[in-house]
Design a protein around this ligand. Sequence first.
Ligand SMILES: *Cc1c(COP(=O)(O)O)cnc(C)c1O
Length: 406
Amino acid sequence: MEGVASDGCSSALVTFFMESFLKQSLSDLDQKGLRRHLRSVEGAQRPRITIDGRSVLNFCSNNYLGLADDPRLKEAAIKAIQETGVGSGASRLVCGNMTAHERLERKLADFKKTEAALCFTSGYMANVGVISSLFEKGDIIFWDRLDHASIIDGILLSGAEHRRYPHNDMEALEKFLSEAVTFKKKCIITDTVFSMDGDIAPLPAIVKLAQKYNSWVMVDEAHAFGVLGHSGRGAVEHFQLEGQVDIQMGTFSKAIGSLGAYVAGSKSLIEFLINRARSFIYTTAMPASVAATSLKAIEIMESEPVLREKLWFNMTYMLNEIKKSGFDTLQTQTPIIPILVKDPQKCVEFSKRLLEQGIFISAIRPPTVAPNTARLRLTVMATHTKEDLDHTLNCLRTIGQDLCLI
Ligand SMILES: *Cc1c(COP(=O)(O)O)cnc(C)c1O
């Protein structure tokens, strides 16, 4: 520990304390087998990617419709950059509100059949901003135990009371709702497609309970937008609940291959958020090129239902074959296919051996999922070929048998 001055307050000493804290924390993670590392991806997000220098089949991406490197989206981004530059210069409320943002929001409100819509720079920021601005001490929020981390962070930041109900358990939700009598506002918040299980929230039952107990409903359609519903509008369309969900949030970062998020709802909801959501107010607007890319992606999704058809064709084929092989795929109904392994070490081994065969499927372990539910999480894209899927199925079967899973 050379360089520490005798007054004990030198920056070297501060550095020493910080470094020892950091090293200890990281070695704790190492010991628990929970340390995470970044992998380096070259090139575009395609069904085949180059990762840490190796070309592999990609079953980890949320780029469900394969739009992330679509030439028309690239062209829209480049055109916007040529017209408006790269940075937006300021927050939306100062001078960063560009026509590209307004066009995207108008399109979105039309598409979602709501009065208005507002864009955020990411889904994380949308959830944190919406929830923390709408709710406060004296309110109560009911949330599914598998809801996304950004929902939980928004709830904690809001200061509202909250109750976590077991996954998709409507009896438990009703019990919580019936006990909550002294609160100013009540809201049920749920993902519509759950990101680690691929199952769908029972939205009709949730809406019914909300009406019975005078509660609001907010949905997070991150994995449903572009995937579910006749036109890809999400679970609200899938269940024909348009007009019955107060706050619809979703992202441009998954199925439609861009970045950012939306909130769709009434004019007054959007006006309120413009005035109160801190993650909207105190941050620089997304570049116009990103907004233009999302707009183009929605247009393509609308005019080419064949993309969604291909996604569902691939998903149905893959899920049926995986099930037929004897794997446990939980309750999935979407292109997110979990393959239950249970034991975390075995799960990592499975993923490692697939990677040796040139197939990238991530191993998901506790605490991301409940104890004893470690799993492979495979996501299907519209752009995977039949050969991609068949090769992967063969490897899943061979390694799965080796590991005594089937
Ligand atoms: C990915 C995701 C988010 C966050 O969206 P980003 O745009 O990646 O910040 C929020 N909610 C759910 C359910 C998600 O899956």
